[in-house]
Design a protein around this ligand. Structure first.
Ligand code: 26Q
Length: 823
């Protein structure tokens, strides 16, 4: 093998191809119950996965054994989403078994690529936030930091997107249908979780008045464990996802009443809690089931950590010496009153004691700036589902507001502004405020975002507690998104600077001199060309999509949101098209380009769905128009997911990061593209700011208003109509859409997009249009100079080391967690 094999537990012989073959055939016969000759690809995939799982589980047990003796402080990452992507390739990489497994499969007459393609990725997240959680647990394992990731085992992950007549249609994601070989179910460790009911006060044995919760119903939380292996270091951390089932007690009571059908319904009711991932990633609807999900996983996780990890002997006054709970956005914030309830109601702490502990055990990461994306729970809903928690929140709020009164005497406006409980339009709990009050630290996810968080979203809080606020810029794992997804580039890099970069990405700096090396640049281009060819194969097989040959690959992949401005990208394309068909632009002078989109719209987000329809309509019209001569090709493969990202990103030349400045908290796709040698066309938003600072202006296509300029234009009053009136090309593009040209002559189909753009344009696409078109012209010029472009691309890779999620984890450890690596 060309790669070292992870340290095995003492006494284990090193793996060999023969041994691997034996183990694989054993799994096939004993687990799948089939012979190699009669086995299906799914049997073969499951047996291969099982073989890798066996190898990892030995290390997993070792890791836990060590932890039980050393008792280090660990991280509990609380996240409602983990967008893991396929596991097999990653686990082969982490164990160093890739080459052995490939050879072993070959000896069995199998192609490992076919087996790997059989895996359905666990899509247990919406987008950036869920993928970030997956990158973070990968990095922590690789950096030898003890961590448990806690979350939800949704039976259906993010929906599978299909297009019917260019419109999005959602299908359920049945990721478990063919069996998931990576999970370890532990029904014997089920935890009962209560809901509803009332609270009552009583006098305890010491004559102290106390409160208790008399719940009305409950469910069981069943833990499913997943292994999170570090890269070639023998550590295997745990991801523990909870699945809801009906409790026996619940069933029995109803069975005893003789109503069998009702009892079965009760079961369904319980199982509903983890049935499906909510596909909204902004403007959360205050859905009761969503709150049930949040409390369910958080209550399971706290109980699990306190009772099973720490055990009954542990003195909970010292809780912060053993754990920090990192809140991935506000989704798990109900953990704060839950910990208070455990300490006060169940463990007999007095309030102040409990609050002192709680405040040290939580830290909060915010991932948004959009006001409508801030989670708020109506008081009546919270009171119905979690009456005791609501009461605890009220008390936290009272004491907090007393503190504000003391700091700002007489400032009643401020007190009303800062209250955790909003009074208008309806009484509701502001989860971000609760998280900020309870958290020992609050962080944004890129420098600009953290600044805006302090200044615009939580200004009163940052005045009160300036030292609470910090930044940790996001990162992505170089194992999955470079080493695994781009084997060609990885090998080229390693041939130049060795393999150390995989766990120390700043070493990519050593590539800088190679940007000046014509031979290296040529090899670099060959890698891109091969990645493009592989992408073409995938798109043909997957969707029957044929891209243009020898075209620039321009990619915009991310959730569909108006603030991300897929419409601005469309206006660029439609402008080029309109200029060509009206004879003002000779297609022979246009740089041939493939424009690839990938985007899911939340099912209830109508404008987003219309934009998807428009992208598809423009695509089929432009692709079929002979006047274009094939220089513009638009592709919108459905169901963009982690698996497709791993194919698209390594092939890309140009990365589109074009959100309105001040709207994208960070972006993480932007980092993956840079790492794979795409150049960015982008606004000064989110982590683009840091990307540009690192690669330099000459290696980045900046356009558009800055955040302060956006704020200024907003303040003086924005009128998109003036841009429409005064810019001929812009007007031409918008009018072409409005004319029905892309909708069989029907002006109504995209009428609301056009009207919205010209009259409202909340995210100011028209204001940035001219600047974007300019930047695209600079892109064309730059791309024409192949050697210069490659030089820039190499420098982009060389300067991407900062965006490793290993660095993000170091920053969290230093600035927030105080957890030393446990070597
Ligand atoms: C909340 C309540 C109810 C239903 C759904 C939700 C919900 C679910 C998911 C709200 C938000 C999300 C996801 C947000 C998200 O992905 N944000 C992105 O996080 C990335 C990682 O920090 C950033 O890079 C992106 O800029 C940010 O948009």
């Amino acid at each position: 093998p060309t790669h070292p094999v992870a340290n095995a537990p003492v006494g284990t012989p090193p793996p060999t191809v023969d041994g691997f073959v034996r183990e694989f055939l054993h799994e096939l016969t004993s687990n799948q119950g089939v012979s190699l000759e009669r086995s299906t690809v799914n049997d073969q995939y499951l047996a291969l996965a099982q073989t890798v799982r066996n190898y990892l589980s030995a290390r997993w047990i070792e890791t836990q054994k060590k932890q039980r003796t050393t008792r280090p402080k660990g991280v509990a990452y609380l996240s409602a989403e983990y967008l893991l992507g396929r596991q097999l390739g990653n686990n082969l990489l982490a164990t160093g078994l890739i080459d052995i497994a490939e050879e072993a499969m070959k000896q069995c007459g199998l192609d490992i690529a076919v087996l790997r393609a059989q895996e359905v990725e666990p899509g247990l997240g919406n987008g950036g936030l869920g993928r970030l959680a997956a990158c973070f647990v990968d990095s922590l394992a690789t950096m030898n930091v003890p961590c448990i990731g806690y979350g939800l085992r949704y039976e259906y992950g993010i929906f599978r997107q299909t297009f019917v007549d260019g419109q999005q249609v959602e299908q359920p994601d049945t990721w478990l249908a063919l069996g998931c070989p990576w999970e370890f179910a532990h029904p014997e460790h089920a935890i009962q979780i209560d809901f509803g009911g009332t609270i009552e006060t009583y006098v305890d044995a010491d004559g102290v008045e106390r409160t208790r919760w008399v719940p009305e119903w409950n469910v069981l939380g069943i833990p499913y464990n997943y292994m999170v292996p570090g890269y070639l270091n023998g550590r295997v951390n745990t991801l523990r996802l909870w699945s809801a089932e009906a409790t026996k007690a619940f069933d029995l009571a109803i069975f005893n009443s003789g109503d069998y059908a009702q009892a079965v319904r009760a079961q369904t009711f319980a199982e509903n809690i983890t049935k499906v991932l909510y596909p909204e990633d902004s403007t959360p609807q205050g859905k009761e089931l969503r709150l049930q999900q949040q409390y369910f996983f958080v209550a399971c996780s706290l109980r699990d950590y306190i009772e099973r990890v720490l055990g009954p002997e542990f003195d909970l006054h010292e809780l912060d010496s053993r754990i920090i709970f990192q809140l991935n956005d506000t989704h798990p914030v109900i953990a704060v009153p839950e910990l208070m309830r455990i300490l006060v109601d169940l463990k007999g702490f007095d309030w102040d004691e409990a609050w002192a502990v709680t405040k040290k055990c939580f830290a909060y990461t915010c991932h948004t700036l959009l006001p409508e994306a801030l989670e708020v729970w109506p008081v009546d809903l919270l009171g119905r589902l979690l009456p005791r928690h609501l009461e605890i929140i009220y008390r936290i709020n009272e004491e907090f507001l007393d503190e504000v009164r003391e700091a700002f005497p007489g400032d009643e406006m401020r007190i009303r502004r800062m209250s955790i409980v909003a009074e208008h339009p309806a009484r509701a709990v502001r989860m971000a405020y609760l998280a900020t009050v309870a958290g020992c630290k609050v962080n944004g996810v890129a420098e600009l975002h953290s600044q805006l968080l302090r200044d615009k979203v939580l200004p009163d809080f940052s005045q009160l507690w300036p030292e609470k606020f910090t930044n940790v810029t996001n990162g992505v794992t170089p194992r999955r998104f470079l080493r695994l997804a781009n084997r060609g580039l990885s090998e080229l890099i390693s041939s130049a600077i060795g393999t150390g970069w995989v766990t120390d990405l700043e070493r990519l700096r050593e590539l800088e001199p190679y940007a000046e090396d014509a031979e290296f640049r040529s090899a670099f281009r060959d890698v891109k060309t091969r990645n493009k060819a592989k992408l073409n194969e995938v798109l043909i097989a997957r969707d029957g999509i044929e891209l243009g040959q020898d075209h620039m690959l321009d990619v915009m992949v991310k959730r569909l949101h108006e603030y991300k401005r897929q419409t601005l990208k469309l206006l660029h394309i439609v402008t080029l098209y309109n200029e060509i068909i009206s004879g003002r632009l000779d297609p022979k002078t246009v740089t041939p380009r493939n424009f690839v989109f990938g985007a899911k719209a939340a099912p209830g987000y109508l404008m987003a769905k219309q934009i998807i329809h428009l992208i598809n309509a423009v695509g089929s019209t432009v692709n079929a128009d002979e006047r274009v001569g094939g220089v513009l090709k638009i592709a919108f493969p459905p169901n963009y997911n982690v698996t497709l990202a791993e194919k698209l990103i390594p092939a890309a030349d140009l990365s589109e990061q074009i959100s309105l400045a001040g709207m994208e908290a960070s972006g993480t796709g932007n980092m993956k593209f840079q790492m794979n040698g795409a150049l960015t066309i982008g606004t000064d938003d989110g982590a683009n700011v840091e990307i540009r600072r690192l690669v330099g202006d000459e290696n980045f296509f900046l356009f558009g208003m800055s955040e302060p300029e956006v704020a200024e234009l907003q303040a003086k009053g924005y009128d998109p109509g003036t841009y429409y009136e005064s810019d001929r090309r812009l007007r031409g593009a918008i009018d072409l859409i409005g004319s029905g040209h892309f909708s069989g002559g029907d002006r109504g189909t995209f009428g609301s997009i056009v009207t919205n753009l010209v009259t409202v344009d909340r995210f100011m696409a028209l204001a940035d249009y001219a600047s974007y078109m300019d930047a695209q012209e600079r892109v064309e010029k730059a791309y024409a100079d192949t050697e210069e472009w490659t030089r820039s691309a190499v420098l982009n890779v060389a300067r991407s080391g900062y965006f490793s999620s290993d660095r993000s984890m170091r920053d969290y450890i230093q600035r927030i967690w105080g957890t030393p690596p446990a070597f």
